[in-house]
Design a protein around this ligand. Sequence first.
Ligand SMILES: *Cc1c(COP(=O)(O)O)cnc(C)c1O
Length: 349
Amino acid sequence: MSTWEDNVRRVVPYVPGEQPKISGIIKLNTNENPYPPSPMVVRKQMELNNLRLYPDDKAAVLVEALADYHKVDSDQVFVGVGSDDVLAMAFMTFFNSDKEILFPDITYSFYDVWAKLLDIPYRQPALDENFRLVKEDYYGENGGIVFPNPNAPTSISEPVSFVEDIVGHNKDVVVIVDEAYVDFGGESALSLTDKYDNLLVVRTFSKSRSMAGLRIGYAIGSKKLIKYMNDVKFSYNSYTMNMPSQILGTESLKDDEYFQETVNKVIETREWFREEILKLGFECPKSSTNFLFMTHNNIAAGEIFEKAKANKIYVRYFNRPRIDNYLRVTIGTREEMEIFLGFLKSLLV
Ligand SMILES: *Cc1c(COP(=O)(O)O)cnc(C)c1O
């Protein structure tokens, strides 16, 4: 007998890092920024009114502000509800052939979820033994390419020349570079969007701008790419980005000094913490992000994860091939990292 369940779209959803409800924890598991957003954002938040009205469907104020900030035309900017929304729209818009799209075997674990949801065939070339992308793996025929730079959860970045090489070898498909962490030390591919009309650069306010709760993401690319994305977006849901996000996102862009200051604090803490864990015998690639990807020969990552959690310190552990002995640890405040370091020392004595 057939039932309505035969025709359900069945998916295995993406599993985000835990958002524990208990208080007093040190939260180093979802790459949030430990510092609050700019005081200008906090002040502006008090002035929000007119919630009864629909927001601007085109988010024009934010789009303009982003265009000014990055010195591009406003029709080269697409905004969405977090970069997850922007990436999902880009998958829907550009990955439409029968050929496999390509992304690394170790990468942001939402890509394969969207590919399955949207019935996009895909293949995942393996990172090399040092967790680096191999550019030649992306030279052959394919239906499109997506990778984060810096990559997650490895924290490793590639130079813009590397990105250009891949884009140059793939002018017949769209190449998406997910720059969620670029502000923490990566090289941006934004300058290449003038030269290559098939390159889409995706960014977020969630990490470097301390605004994960507002859900603001954007993409920059050629006018053609952005037009195609907007056509799909406005065929699906017009009023996606709420009014507070539009206004507060715009406010954040006005305070570059605070932005640089907090990013630099995270970088300083990261470099200090990395030196300390190397002394404890951890291995850890140089990071261009707000997290570290770390492993130890004598103690299993899964065990550190569990014991840290029992001590109210949350880090991220992925029980997946090749990385099941690694932890991804978000850089918190100096004080938080000192507590975590003390915990690691106590484990290793
Ligand atoms: C965090 C993250 C995103 C999604 O961020 P949003 O909060 O949806 O903007 C996308 N890509 C990578 C690689 C990330 O780490």
